[in-house]
Design a protein around this ligand. Structure first.
Ligand SMILES: *[C@@H]1O[C@H](CO)[C@@H](O)[C@H](O)[C@H]1NC(C)=O
Ligand SMILES: *[C@@H]1O[C@H](CO)[C@@H](O)[C@H](O)[C@H]1NC(C)=O
Ligand SMILES: *[C@@H]1O[C@H](CO)[C@@H](O)[C@H](O)[C@H]1NC(C)=O
Ligand SMILES: *[C@@H]1O[C@H](CO)[C@@H](O)[C@H](O)[C@H]1NC(C)=O
Ligand SMILES: *[C@@H]1O[C@H](CO)[C@@H](O)[C@H](O)[C@H]1NC(C)=O
Ligand SMILES: *[C@@H]1O[C@H](CO)[C@@H](O)[C@H](O)[C@H]1NC(C)=O
Length: 494
């Protein structure tokens, strides 16, 4: 086994994509009950202008100068999959905290027309045999809550919990799969640490830890509310979606193996470990405490949970949503110098991608499908085999070029290989994966990248009045995968 691993490592390093050439795509049927679908997010598609309140992304994108990055009005996303008559078994979408039905973000004002909008939408999905997979929070903090501290204020825990309760009350009879947060690392590390995403707070090595500490309590509180008040009658499941790449050790040295594990703990364990095991990973606790002391802080920059909080957060999941796109290489490096703190220095690891890997319009997405199997196996082994749904996986093209429609060797290839390694993980490693939703159904607004990176199975002509949608070839491929439950021309039973 070890020898094979060594050989593979060197071939990744030297020939990149070539690894795919000898790889045989999995030809075993996916199980009947496996959920296939598409993912979307409230803010990135439909623009609920009428009666919708402002959130931190509205505020940000409306102040940006480059039009390519400004949010424009798009069509409602949902008629598409009904009209196209796909056999999707699930569709992922998020509810907007300050959306039509809850314009201020606070429950004192509920807009019945907005409630009806979501009810109709959910009913339409169910009438078409599509299971809604609903994310309660996908980055769109109401502007009003941001202005009193947002995710740096403990008060948001109760406001978020109240919002979650309203959503369970209003829609929970028809929704069985809930996700409290999508990619909390993007909210906290990018929103309050590096400051690359809304609300653009730059507080390296401090803000992201405070945000995470508060967000984890909000997650746990929503889970408990569901568990105590709604589960007995609604009988659904509540999870959280955490994103992570796979981190491949650069060499097989003990230091690089440790670097891979440490990076996974800093990216994924930071959120998963408190929820699955009750507290932050030990390696984060000791490294951040050590560095904080050397920097002259009186206490660790990583806040501590009380035992009561640990007991409250520990075990607050029914399943895990995993967003996975790509892989990075990691290698050990000398301890970063003490100076201004940062999350990157706290990890103390060199992270890079192999230039030979096939790229995409997004600099962070390289075609590395073998990473899918590795991350699934790692999650299974590290967190005691949870039920997993891949909630996002996909690749971007540059835009509205007609060539982008012909994406058979690009996006179809990506999906085929990622799904194949996912199926391998289920069969060979016994990982409990029960579903997969691609990112994304349609080209949409990619946050700070605006309309420059297109992940859709459908191309959207944003310059046409009716935002004309055209299926890319990958839409046909994915649709066939869903209807045949098979990645290749013919499949066999497991
Ligand atoms: C964004 O919010 C700030 C207050 O935080 C406000 O002064 C500003 O007008 C808002 N900008 C836009 C474009 O809405
Ligand atoms: C990765 O490993 C190779 C040897 O296989 C070495 O030459 C290179 O310097 C390493 N990269 C880093 C960033 O450590
Ligand atoms: C979390 O719960 C598990 C299972 O009940 C228990 O074994 C573990 O010790 C708890 N974690 C902490 C940090 O208390
Ligand atoms: C933390 O500091 C102690 C004492 O300086 C040291 O022994 C230990 O190895 C450090 N741990 C980590 C994870 O850096
Ligand atoms: C996007 O365009 C750049 C050049 O502008 C090119 O290098 C890259 O290959 C393109 N990516 C895709 C996925 O087409
Ligand atoms: C709207 O879409 C139709 C195709 O469904 C197309 O023929 C028409 O030109 C589009 N209109 C505009 C304004 O883009």
């Amino acid at each position: 086994m070890k020898v094979i691993l060594f050989l593979c490592l060197s071939c990744i390093l030297t020939v990149g994509r070539a690894q795919d050439d000898d790889y045989v795509v999995n030809n075993k049927y996916f199980p009947d009950k496996f959920m296939f679908g598409c993912a979307t997010a409230s803010y990135q598609g439909a623009w609920d202008e009428d009666g919708k309140g402002q959130n931190i992304w509205d505020n940000l994108t409306h102040t940006l100068s480059r039009t390519a990055y400004r949010k424009i009005r798009t069509m409602e996303t949902w008629p598409c999959y009904v009209k196209e008559n796909w056999v999707l078994t699930t569709i992922g979408f998020s509810i907007s905290w300050s959306g039509k039905y809850l314009p201020t973000g606070f429950p004192y004002k509920i807009n019945e027309a907005g409630v009806q909008y979501y009810r109709n939408f959910i009913k339409e999905l169910k009438d078409n045999g599509i299971e809604p997979l609903v994310t309660i929070f996908h980055w769109d903090t109401p502007q009003g809550l941001h202005e009193v501290g947002g995710w740096l204020s403990e008060f948001i825990v109760d406001y978020y919990a109240e919002y979650a309760r309203i959503v369970f009350q209003l829609f929970g009879d028809d929704v069985k799969y809930w996700l409290t947060f999508n990619e909390p690392k993007q909210t906290c590390q990018q929103g309050y640490g590096s400051g690359e995403k809304a609300p653009f707070v730059q507080s390296h090595g401090l803000g992201e830890y405070i945000c995470t500490h508060i967000l984890l309590k909000a997650h746990a509180k929503a889970w408990h509310i569901y568990d105590d008040e709604f589960r007995p009658t609604q009988n659904g499941l509540v999870g959280i979606t955490i994103d992570t790449p796979w981190f491949e050790p650069n060499t097989t040295s003990d230091e690089d193996l440790e670097a891979s594990e440490r990076q996974l703990q800093f990216e994924f364990g930071w959120y998963a470990n408190p929820i699955f095991n009750g507290d932050y990973p030990e390696i984060m606790k000791t490294r951040i405490a050590n560095r904080s002391a050397l920097e002259g802080f009186q206490t660790s920059r990583l806040p501590e949970f009380t035992q009561e909080e640990i007991d409250f957060i520990n075990g607050t999941f029914d399943y895990l949503g995993l967003n996975h796109y790509s892989t990075y290489m990691v290698s050990a490096m000398p301890e970063p110098e003490i100076g201004d703190p940062s999350w990157e220095k706290d990890t103390g690891i060199a992270v890079f991608q192999d230039p030979s890997w096939e790229g995409s319009a997004s600099d962070w997405v390289k075609v590395t499908p073998w990473g899918m199997r590795k991350i699934l196996k790692w999650v299974k082994e590290t967190y005691n085999n949870p039920a997993i749904i891949i909630t996002e996986n996909g690749i971007s093209d540059n835009g509205t070029l007609s060539e982008d429609l012909d994406d058979e060797s690009f996006r179809s290839h990506y999906y085929k290989y990622y799904l194949s390694y996912l199926r391998d993980a289920m069969i060979e490693d016994g990982v409990n994966v029960f579903g997969y939703t691609v990112w994304s159904l349609m080209d949409n607004f990619e946050w700070t990248r605006g309309y420059t990176e297109k992940f859709g199975l459908y191309q959207v002509d944003f310059s046409s009045g009716n935002r004309t949608r055209t299926p890319k070839k990958s839409a046909t491929y994915y649709s066939k995968v869903i209807s045949t439950r098979c990645l290749v021309d013919t499949c066999e039973e497991e």
